[in-house]
Ligand binder design. Structure first.
Ligand SMILES: C[S@@+](CC[C@H](N)C(=O)[O-])C[C@H]1O[C@@H](n2cnc3c(N)ncnc32)[C@H](O)[C@@H]1O
Length: 326
C-alpha cells in the first residue's frame, strides 16, 4: 500500500510540477563551499528524494562530467523530473523509483545530497543508515533539515490545518490553507540568496510550497542536541555544520573563525557584540556553542555535511572546523 507521504507527493509534487519553472542552482553552488576540489568530473552523485528535479537538473548541468541518480518514491515527481531533464538536455541523469530506507544499489556514491527529505520519513534514522550504506569511503553527504526553533510557529499552523482538514480529501486542505490566510515564504529561510526569490513564483509553484509547508503528513524538525541520536549507528563518522537558515539571512557557520572571507561566514564570536559574552562563548564546549547559536538565531533550517574519515581531509577548512560529531 502507498504510504501517506507517497500519496501526498503524488498530489503535490515538489518543488514544482511545472517543467517551465526555473532550475534551482543552490546545491550546485554549494559544492565549492564544501569540497577543496569542487570539480566533480567522473564522480557519482546520488540525489535522494529528488522530487521534481529542479535542484538535480541544475546540478547535472553545472557538472556535465559527473553522473547523477535521482531517487524518489513519487511517480508524479519523477515524471516531472524526467521531462525537466529532457527539456534542459541533461543526459547525465538516471532516475529510480525507490523508498530511501529500502535502497539497495550495488554502487557507492562520491556525493549524496538529501535536501528536505529525511525529516519527512517515519524513521529518519533508518533513512540515514541506508544513505550511509551507499556512500563511498571518501564520499560526502549533504543533508538539509528543518530546525525546530524557527519552525515552531509553522508546525502549529500545520497542525491546525490538518485538524481542520481531517477526514477530507488532501486537495481540500489547500482551501483550509487559503481560508486561514497562510502563505509559505522563502523569506523565512533567509532568501533571497544569490538572487533566488519567490517573487517570480507562479500560482502552481506557490501552491506546491504551501502544500509542502502546511499539509505534509510527516514533518519532524530537529534541534542540534538531537543530532547525536539521529546519527548514532548510521555508519557516518563525522558531521559538520554547513549552513544555517533563518528569517535574518542564510549564514555559513565558521565556528572557529578560520574562513572569514566566505560570504555570510559566522564565527561564534559574531553571535554577540558584547566582549564579556564573546569570551564566555569562546570557553564553551562545541555543544554549548551551537546551543547558543540556535538560541540566538532561532533557525528555520540547517545543512550538514557528513562522511567517513576518508572524506574529511577533502573538505575545506571551514567544514573541518565545524564538526558537531566526530
Ligand atoms: C520536500 S520534497 C524535497 C524535494 C527536493 N529534494 C527539493 O528539495 O526540491 C521531499 C521529497 O522526498 C520524497 N520522499 C519522501 N519520502 C521518501 C522516501 N521514503 N524515499 C524516497 N523519497 C522520499 C518526496 O516524494 C518528495 O519528492
Amino acid at each position: 500500500m502507498m504510504s501517506e507521504t507517497a500519496q501526498f507527493y503524488e498530489t503535490f509534487p515538489f518543488p514544482s510540477p511545472d517543467i517551465e519553472s526555473s532550475l534551482i542552482n543552490e546545491i550546485a553552488e554549494e559544492i565549492p563551499l564544501i569540497r577543496s576540489n569542487p570539480d566533480l568530473s567522473g564522480l557519482r552523485v546520488l540525489e535522494a528524494g529528488c522530487g521534481t528535479g529542479h535542484y538535480l537538473v541544475g546540478m547535472a548541468l553545472r557538472y556535465p562530467k559527473a553522473s547523477f541518480l535521482g531517487v524518489d518514491l513519487s511517480n508524479q515527481s519523477l515524471a516531472v523530473a524526467r521531462r525537466l531533464a529532457q527539456r534542459h538536455g541533461a543526459n547525465n541523469i538516471e532516475f529510480l523509483k525507490a523508498s530511501i530506507p529500502e535502497l539497495a544499489l550495488s554502487i557507492e556514491y562520491d556525493l549524496i545530497t538529501c535536501i528536505g527529505v529525511l525529516h519527512h520519513l517515519p524513521d529518519p534514522r533508518a533513512g540515514l543508515r541506508a544513505l550511509a550504506d551507499h556512500l563511498a569511503p571518501k564520499g560526502h553527504m549533504l543533508l538539509w533539515f528543518y530546525h525546530s526553533l524557527g519552525e515552531h510557529g509553522r508546525m502549529l499552523d500545520r497542525e491546525l490545518v490538518l485538524l481542520l482538514t481531517s477526514g477530507e480529501d488532501v486537495r481540500s486542505g489547500m482551501d483550509t490553507v487559503r481560508a486561514l490566510g497562510l502563505r509559505h515564504s522563502l523569506a523565512r529561510y533567509g532568501y533571497p540568496w544569490e538572487g533566488w526569490t519567490e517573487a517570480g513564483f507562479s500560482p502552481v509553484e506557490q501552491e506546491a510550497r504551501d502544500a509542502d509547508a502546511y499539509l505534509n503528513p510527516i514533518v519532524r524538525p530537529f534541534r542540534f542536541a538531537e543530532l547525536p541520536a539521529l546519527f548514532e549507528g548510521s555508519g557516518l563518522d563525522w558531521v559538520a555544520l554547513h549552513r544555517v537558515y533563518s528569517s535574518t539571512g542564510i549564514r555559513l557557520p565558521d565556528l572557529d573563525g578560520v574562513a572569514p572571507e566566505v560570504p555570510g561566514a559566522l564565527s561564534v564570536e559574531d553571535l554577540f557584540a558584547d566582549e564579556t559574552l564573546r569570551s564566555r562563548l569562546r570557553r564553551m564546549s562545541r555543544a554549548q556553542q551551537t546551543l547558543a547559536l540556535e538560541l540566538r538565531l532561532r533557525p528555520t533550517g540547517f545543512a550538514l555535511v557528513a562522511g567517513r574519515p576518508g572524506g574529511l581531509p577533502d573538505c575545506l577548512p571551514r567544514i573541518r572546523h565545524n564538526l558537531l560529531l566526530g
